[in-house]
Write a protein of this length. Structure first.
Length: 259
């Protein structure tokens, strides 16, 4: 049986590929395989992860028969709790995560994208939360994570209209981090992720922790934790080595191992 998700490890980077073209629809099988792949990342963390898709589009959304199979609100809540756990687990990974959107990216794939640390988009990419077409609201955290990046008003517009938005618009909204040319997109995304993977992995994890506190309680809560988080980096080989390198050879000469 063909798999819907593929996880490859190349040097310090893990590449998670959505591999069920042409539509890369969210199904029970894909959910199971995606959960297993995330478990692999949790158990054996790389220094960075790239999430991408095969085919002309990133995803056409959810297989609607999955919703049709729910016989009650209680049964649907069980499904939605399982779906929500996917992006929540991605957001909690202790290393940089990059989502690459080369084409149309709808519903669940967009919700996974905004759970990642950084979104790189091809100039040809388009995005949408189109659940309104089946009378539903997004269930995998996309609405609230979009609001965290772009504001509540933009999130309301995005979800309530069910329209698709191009990469340039979402870059202007601070949702997409960078828009890249379609030609050479895969190579550029991989080079970007490789560069993150060569950085101070523990420091990147610390940055994520600080921003989690900010998202939960603003600057005041982040301030309560930043000094403890930063001080903990003095127990890492990367910080100790980089400080010595700076003093001996100047800035930008240090190499990092992720320890």
């Amino acid at each position: 049986m063909a798999t819907s998700i593929r996880l490859d490890r190349e040097d310090d980077v893990a590449v998670l590929t959505i591999a069920s073209p042409p539509l890369n629809l969210y199904t029970a099988e894909l959910q199971h395989e995606l959960g297993e792949a995330i478990g692999d990342l949790e158990t054996t963390p790389p220094r960075a992860a790239l999430i991408r898709a095969e085919g002309k589009i990133v995803s056409g959304g959810v297989d609607v028969s999955l919703f049709d199979a729910q016989s009650s609100a209680a049964e649907a809540k069980v499904l939605f709790d399982e779906m929500l756990a996917i992006p929540d687990r991605i957001a909690a990974l202790p290393f940089p995560t990059v989502f690459a959107a080369h084409g149309l990216c709808l519903t669940w794939a967009f919700e996974v994208a905004v759970a990642c640390d950084l979104i790189l988009a091809s100039e040809k990419a388009k995005f949408g939360l189109v659940e309104r077409v089946v009378g539903l609201t997004p269930t995998m955290g996309g609405t609230q994570r979009l609001a965290a990046r772009a504001g509540v008003g933009r999130a309301k517009e995005f979800v309530m209209t069910g329209a698709t938005y191009d990469a340039a618009t979402l870059e202007r909204w601070n949702v997409v981090n960078r828009v890249l040319p379609a030609d050479g997109f895969d190579e550029a995304v991989r080079a970007f992720t490789d560069d993150l993977a060569q950085g101070p992995t523990k420091a990147h994890a610390a940055t994520k922790k600080v921003l989690e506190h900010y998202e939960h309680g603003g600057v005041a809560e982040a301030n309560e934790h930043i000094t403890t988080i930063a001080a903990g980096l003095f127990d890492t080989e990367d910080l100790r080595g980089a400080v010595k390198s700076f003093l001996a050879d100047g800035p930008g000469k240090a190499t990092f191992t992720g320890r």
